[in-house]
Ligand binder design. Structure first.
Ligand SMILES: [Zn+2]
Length: 348
């Protein structure tokens, strides 16, 4: 269990003073218009000229006119009090506080109506069936299988967790997951008008659950829909001494609706091996189009002193890829792929 509530000071924040202020790719009106910002919004300061200010805009750099903003020194960012429970064996086996997915590891298992072998059999589960674990008492676990709630014996869960804990190098590894964007920074907008920030958070939470089952200690930079500047996200990774920091994003290229597939970005050459392992892991499970492992000078990577990657896990501007990304099965593939990659990285 970790309780963290502290303040970290940063150099500068840019507050917008007017509505519909134009954001451009560079410091002049000749540069391309990439969006608007509005009164009251705050952005991380990146750079400045006499007349223009660069802000962190959707994870990239955007320039706004200096006349319509206020630059404040010494922003105090409060890292939210974080009460997520990190797992040790005891927690995993006896005190499950949140729901997670579990794959049945035996050939045949009865799903029962009540927590007793006398009760009616609702369904017969077979190896590989995925159930959502809802709660665990002593000998029985309440699960949801294809919208039917019932009970399975708890030994099966414990057995699987033990196997996992003994086999995986992820045990006790500290993984900080950063769901990209959040709050008013919605990120990319999909074909069906869904926001990247929500897809990223969904993926991060699923990955967190799976990693915790394997004994990793996982922290999210945000666990809800709020905006959080990029610099403190990376600093959180440094603070926790993360073994790996993963920033989760989805891509968009509305001009090329057929664009699809997965990119993995790293910044420091020392992180290339990590990038290759994770990228290969994800491709293996998702069978997605390989857009390669690339270097990217992302701010969120720049401030992290820990091994760090930024993952672009598919295109929201591609209708069929968006449908895939929305499906729980594909999310499961993504998590499994990342885990395979991390395991290979830690083994090597
Ligand atoms: Zn993004």
């Amino acid at each position: 269990m970790l309780t963290l509530s502290q303040s970290i000071s940063f150099a500068k924040v840019v507050s917008i003073d007017v509505d519909e202020l134009r954001v451009r790719t560079g410091p002049s009106t000749a540069h391309e218009l990439i969006g608007h910002v509005n009164q009251g919004e705050q952005y991380t300061f990146l750079d400045e000229t006499d007349e223009w200010v660069a802000i962190d805009y959707n994870g990239g750099t955007g320039w706004v006119s200096r006349d319509y903003v206020t630059i404040t020194d010494d922003q105090t960012v409060t890292i939210p009090s974080n009460s997520d429970t990190t797992s040790d064996d005891t927690n995993n086996q006896n005190n499950i506080s949140s729901t997670f997915d579990f794959k049945i590891p035996v050939d045949k298992l009865h799903l029962r109506e009540a927590a007793t072998t006398e009760s009616e059999i609702l369904s017969i589960l077979t190896k590989g069936d995925s159930v959502v674990v809802l709660e665990q008492s002593n000998d029985w676990v309440k699960v949801n299988f294809q919208d039917t709630e019932g009970y399975i014996p708890s030994w099966i869960l414990n057995e699987q967790i033990k196997i996992n804990l003994n086999q995986t190098p992820l045990r006790n590894k500290v993984i900080v997951i950063d769901p990209g964007h959040g709050g008013y920074d919605v990120g990319a907008i999909s074909v069906h008008n869904n926001y990247e920030k929500n897809f990223a958070l969904n993926t991060a939470k699923h990955l967190q659950d799976q990693l915790e089952l394997l004994g990793a200690k996982v922290h999210l930079t945000r666990s809800d829909d709020y905006y959080y500047a990029l610099t403190p996200r990376a600093i959180l990774a440094n603070y926790h001494g993360a073994d790996v920091f993963l920033s989760i994003h989805y891509n968009s290229e509305p001009q090329y609706p057929s664009a699809n597939g997965i990119n993995t970005y790293y910044r420091k050459s020392a992180d290339l091996a990590l990038a290759e392992f994770v990228h290969q892991g994800i491709l293996e499970t998702t069978k997605a189009n390989d857009r390669g492992v690339l270097t990217g000078d992302y701010l969120v990577l720049r401030n992290s002193k820990r091994p760090s990657l930024l993952l672009e896990l598919g295109f929201l501007s591609n209708e069929s890829e968006e449908m895939l990304i929305q499906s729980p099965g594909y999310q499961d593939d993504i998590s499994r792929g990342i885990i395979i990659g991390l395991e290979n990285y830690f083994y090597n």
